[in-house]
Design a protein around this ligand. Structure first.
Ligand code: SF4
Length: 64
C-alpha cells in the first residue's frame, strides 16, 4: 500500500503520529510519513489512522 499526507489539508493535530508512531511523524506542524517507513503490506493501523484524521489529509492507495 502507499500512504501520503496532503499538507494543504493537514492541520497538524498529530493524531496520526500518536496512533502509528512508527509510520507517521509531525514535522513543522504537519503530519508526514517517516521516510522509508511506508508500509509495504496492508496495515490496518494506518487505515484506521487515515479514517481518524480530522482533516482527511491521509491518502491511501491499496497495493495492486
Ligand atoms: S492526523 Fe491528519 S491532520 Fe493530524 S497531523 Fe496527521 S495528517 Fe495532519
Amino acid at each position: 500500500m502507499s500512504v501520503s499526507v496532503n499538507r494543504e489539508e493537514c492541520y497538524g493535530s498529530g493524531e496520526c503520529a500518536y496512533r502509528v508512531p512508527d509510520v507517521f511523524t509531525v514535522v513543522d506542524d504537519y503530519g508526514e510519513v517517516i521516510p522509508g517507513r511506508e508500509p509495504t503490506e496492508e496495515d490496518s493501523r494506518v487505515i484506521v489512522a487515515a479514517e481518524a484524521c480530522p482533516s482527511q489529509a491521509i491518502k491511501i492507495t491499496p497495493a495492486s
